[in-house]
Design a protein around this ligand. Sequence first.
Ligand code: PGA
Length: 258
Amino acid sequence: MSTQRTPYVGGNWKMNTNAAEGRSLIDSIHSTMKAGSVDVAVFPPFPYLMGIGQKLNGPISLGAQDLWHSENGAFTGEVSTSMLKDCGVSAVLTGHSERRHVIGESDELVNAKTKRALESGLTAVLCIGEQLEERESGQTDAVNERQVRAGLDGVSEEQLARVVIAYEPVWAIGTGKTATPEDAQDAHAKIRALIASMYSDSAAQEIRIIYGGSMKPGNAAELMAMSDVDGGLIGGASLKAEDFCAIIEAAQGSLVGS
Ligand code: PGA
């Protein structure tokens, strides 16, 4: 990655852990993690946000996996950004592929949630990426472009400073299959060029574009060594403190000599 950008590593716990496991995972991360210039966030399930948030100290920030884009009202089961902020949340995922493809969220809904997160002062980690059949039919770049343009529709350049884009090829998520560093670099460079055309060169140079999809200690360093790969969004490997901290160390290492 570039030395201009601070790497970003997020741990997406998805619908995993219970209260005790979450607490012990955080304790282990605290005792294993070495200090360094990486932005680290964990994204526990909603019910544990406050408890985990109270345990966090130092450089780890608290993220949520989803939000609803209205302030309050008759939205049974949903959670607003003011509730999230009340729990200490400072970042939120939008457009994660499991929400797009399992729950059925549209580009429009992802956009509404992204805008709401940014208007509320949160960091939005906007997830994008193609499915296997889209990749096989040569649609990767078109899907990424559509999801970036739609996700950021109406987002100002000032707000973009609080956006992290996570490129997560859907076929690589939770499957053990990973994009090659070259494939990831190719996608990330195109996304950065798109941001330059939508905003400005400086906005494109500043935005963090992170990779997600079976990132593990064994492949993190080579992925993050790529000049446009600025960190990772980690699912499975974020549930093991040792693995998550090894990936954070790889992100720190990616700054050395780059
Ligand atoms: P994975 O998940 O690391 O388990 O592939 C990544 C993600 O869904 O963000």
